[in-house]
Design a binder for this molecule. Structure first.
Ligand code: 5GP
Length: 235
């Protein structure tokens, strides 16, 4: 397949293909945190995230959530629909952790009475500030109908993933999604992986996600491998 480099992000590289409606995504091992201030490598992360994201997209697709994955092509590559990404990151939280715990003074691990849905303006220079639907409308980042769909898909994704992960003794603490437009429709894009979610072992509380890198806990590769194993049985 002919590949023309289009854009290199922190964890993935995008290539144009001969089909203008499709992109090739290459998953790297690079890990960054704190808006790129901390940099490192998690060995084989690209291979593991490509497989984990493929598994999650297929699971969500079966439940009727439209997503960009067309096919996993190799260990590190997937073919996806080319989306016009909405400049809004969507975070869903079940249990207080990370920035929410800090901002609201809640102990990490506090079970909240209701699922929290948050929006962030996707802008590295500004450090992705939190926004609400009024800001989204005021800045024309998306239409109210698009945000309605985004919210519906994000909350449904939470239900599907939380239930599946619970069976595998993993608690879905929180996660980030990105959406885009494809032929006018709202579609789930980017990736769903331990880079973009918090997973805690239901029995031990152990962190099985990128917080191992962010917080220098070690054994990042082992945690990502364990997540893939629990989801798919693949060693
Ligand atoms: P927090 O706001 O607590 O830092 O993150 C909440 C959740 O969203 C976590 O699961 C985290 O992994 C994910 N998340 C939020 N922003 C980003 C981001 O810019 N990159 C990645 N990889 N994940 C993010």
């Amino acid at each position: 397949m002919e590949k023309k480099p289009l854009y290199e992000g922190k964890a993935k590289q995008m290539f144009a293909t001969e089909n203008p409606d499709e992109l090739l995504v290459y998953y790297k091992d690079d890990a960054t945190a704190f808006n790129g201030e901390k940099k490192g490598i998690i060995t084989d992360k690209g291979v593991l995230n490509n497989k984990i994201a493929t598994f999650f997209f297929e699971l969500l697709g079966k439940a009727g959530i439209p997503h960009h994955l067309l096919k996993r092509l190799s260990d590190r590559e997937m073919l996806v629909k080319k989306l016009t990404i909405l400049p809004v990151e969507v975070v869903v939280r079940n249990i207080a952790a990370g920035s929410l715990a800090k901002r609201l003074g809640l102990a990490e691990g506090t079970k909240m009475a209701k699922t929290v849905l948050e929006f962030y303006y996707k802008d590295d220079e500004l450090g992705d500030p939190m926004i609400n639907d009024y800001h989204i409308a005021a800045m024309n980042l998306a239409t109210p109908e698009q945000i309605q769909k985004v919210s519906e898909y994000a909350l449904k994704t939470n239900e599907i993933l939380s239930a599946y992960l619970k069976e595998k003794d993993l608690e879905l603490i929180d996660f980030k999604l990105e959406f885009g437009l494809y032929k006018g429709e709202v579609i789930l894009g980017d990736e769903i992986s331990p880079d973009t979610c918090r997973f805690w072992d239901s029995k031990t509380g152990e962190k099985m996600d990128k917080d191992r890198f962010r917080r220098d806990l070690g054994n990042g590769e082992e945690a990502y491998k364990e997540v893939l194993y629990r989801l798919t049985g693949e060693k």
